[in-house]
Write a protein that binds this ligand. Structure first.
Ligand code: PLP
Length: 495
């Protein structure tokens, strides 16, 4: 399945503009994605696979409104002009597009429909006489900037979707890692039952992608509740919370707004962040939910973020989790309040989710990109790390040190939660970490290596925590190998 590219360049989802990347080589599918409600409104919310640059200078929405016939026309020719983006500094001068197939319906879950409009074969070649000493794609980028390896992203998405399907678990990924409608769309296409969000802005942005969203954060306070109730009513909204106060506020807001909200009671099964402590407390909250006319008791949830052991050594922690969960479920069942949904899951525990008794749904987030922490924990291999921060060496004055332009404002200052020093590791130099940082400076400690980068060299850093990095940047760049393919905004960033 081809990754399709977000055509949003600002936060208003209804005013999308195209980003036309350089045509890649190879075979890619062209798809249009829409949901029934959007289609009824004239298809204004549809997504197009613009990975190809097939749209040329056309506005994707214009093409969409013209319907599949416009795509037919767009792809039927073999004119290189169609694929060229004249204003782009392009290495590619010739491109051939051949239509392969049409109209293979691609039913997708969650109310979304995707139709594969066709498959194109793209061939590109370097212009005659163009020097091979031209800048590489990465050299044209302003650093520091996050790069997303699209092949790795695709593999990570496929693998988690496959795992969830194999074990009969609903996958409701937490989108806080990518904050991108484009990646969310890929998750939904792979069968995600819905999405998980932490902030109201995330819910707002993602409500255009999914009809089923869980806000895994207590909506405390008037302003939060007011904003929550403004989310499209066509959405099935669930909220995870852990207090009588949260239920009371939500119940009133839901009554005033005349809308029904599903509620999960959050349990503390070892994380000690939020969540009720005792089964009897869970029962009390469920009864309060059931007594609220507009609230529906949907089930229970927890976040096992405390389990940071290596994947191969999680058994004792999982056993403790299982015991605590079984006690909670048992007590709820005993009083006739068996949970329909038992929602849990993190990336470090994701691949052991089938060992957690009673679990019906997992909410991993980090797995889409992975990071140094995830690799150290063994929940991914190093070659599954899809996100790196591209940075430039800006100083080598101090002996045994190189300074890059990625400091805490590009990498995030999060220590490794497993063993290991520094804030990120340099790709290809496993002994070199970003040992210290100022806001705009990252200090590479070269004392343990003979590697000496020169000023102006580009390096890629695998950060300790991918989610923090994404949240620090306006946009990310999609790459394949050393080719820049696309970029997309971090649309759900901000409050
Ligand atoms: C409530 C909740 N669910 C799911 C997740 C996703 O976990 P991970 O980042 O390990 O994938 C998080 C992460 O912070 C979370 O807070």
């Amino acid at each position: 399945m081809a990754l399709f590219v977000d055509t949003i360049e600002n936060r208003s989802l209804s005013s999308r503009r195209k980003y036309v990347p350089r045509p890649p080589r190879g075979e890619v599918s062209v798809s249009v994605f829409t949901n029934p409600a959007a289609a009824a409104e004239g298809g204004a919310q549809a997504y197009i696979d613009a990975t190809l640059g097939l749209l040329g200078d056309r506005d994707p929405l214009t093409v969409l409104r013209q319907g599949p016939a416009a795509f037919e026309e767009l792809m039927s020719g073999s004119s290189p002009e169609r694929l060229r983006r004249p204003e782009a500094p392009s290495k590619w001068s010739a491109a051939v597009c051949r239509r392969r197939s049409w109209e293979s319906p691609l039913p997708t879950g969650n109310g979304w429909h995707g139709v594969t409009i066709g498959t194109a074969v793209i061939e590109c070649s370097r212009p005659a006489g163009e020097s091979s000493a031209m800048l590489t794609d990465f050299e044209t980028l302003e650093t520091p900037v996050p790069l997303i390896d699209l092949d790795r992203l695709q593999r990570n998405l496929d693998r988690m979707a496959g795992y969830a399907a194999e074990h009969g678990l609903a996958l409701r990924p937490h989108i806080k890692t990518h904050k991108s409608p484009m990646v969310a769309g890929e998750q939904i296409l792979r069968g995600a039952s819905g999405l998980t969000c932490a902030t109201l802005h995330e819910v707002e942005v993602m409500s255009e992608m999914s009809r089923d969203i869980l806000l895994a954060y207590s909506p405390i306070g008037y302003a939060r509740l007011r904003r929550l109730m403004r989310i499209s009513e066509s959405l099935r909204l669930s909220v995870m919370l852990d207090s009588a106060e949260a239920i009371e506020g939500l119940a009133h807001a839901a009554e005033r707004a005349e809308r029904d909200i599903d509620v999960l009671v959050e349990l503390d099964l070892g994380m000690h962040r939020v969540g009720v402590q005792r089964a009897s407390d869970a029962v009390t909250l469920v009864r309060q939910i059931e007594a609220s006319p507009r609230l529906r008791y949907a089930g229970i949830g927890f976040y096992p973020g405390n389990i940071r052991d290596h994947v191969s050594a999680q058994q004792p922690a999982l056993a403790a989790l299982n015991d605590a969960l079984a006690t909670m479920i048992g007590e709820l069942e005993r009083v006739g309040l068996a949970p329909r949904v038992v929602s849990g899951g993190s990336t470090p525990t994701a691949w052991n989710s089938h060992l957690i008794g009673g679990l019906t749904e997992i909410r991993p987030g980090t797995y889409v990109f992975n990071d140094r922490t995830t690799a150290e924990i063994g929940a991914c291999d190093w070659h599954d790390c899809a996100l790196t921060v591209l940075a430039t060496v800006v100083s080598t004055s101090v002996p045994n040190q190189a300074v890059i332009d990625a400091g805490s404002k590009a990498l995030g200052r999060e220590p490794l939660r497993s063993d290991g020093a520094g804030y990120g590791v340099v790709v290809g130099q496993p002994d070199v970490v970003v040992g210290a940082m100022s806001e705009e400076h990252g200090l590479l400690d070269l004392s343990g290596t003979s590697w000496r980068p020169a000023i102006g060299d580009l390096v890629r850093v695998i950060p300790n925590h991918a989610c923090l990095v994404v949240n620090l940047h306006d946009q990310v760049i999609g790459v394949r190998g050393d080719a820049v393919m696309t970029r997309w905004p971090v649309a759900a960033r901000g409050r």
